[in-house]
Design a protein around this ligand. Structure first.
Ligand code: ZN
Length: 56
């Protein structure tokens, strides 16, 4: 999966932090990325693009 803030490819096991938004869980490479996301999630979530299923 991809860190929505810095677009880095990360494995769920390697994720330092995660956050839920709109019923989806997002994973981040660092707490910094999570904080940026939590401040403005709508800035990072791609709109108009359907998220692939199987995010669990
Ligand atoms: Zn990141």
């Amino acid at each position: 999966m991809t860190d929505p803030v810095c677009k880095m490819e990360i494995n769920r096991e390697d994720a330092e932090a995660s956050s839920e938004y709109n019923g989806q869980t997002y994973y981040f490479c660092s707490e910094e990325c999570k904080e940026s996301f939590d401040k403005r999630p709508e800035k990072y979530v791609e709109r108009g693009k359907k998220a692939a299923s199987g995010g669990r």
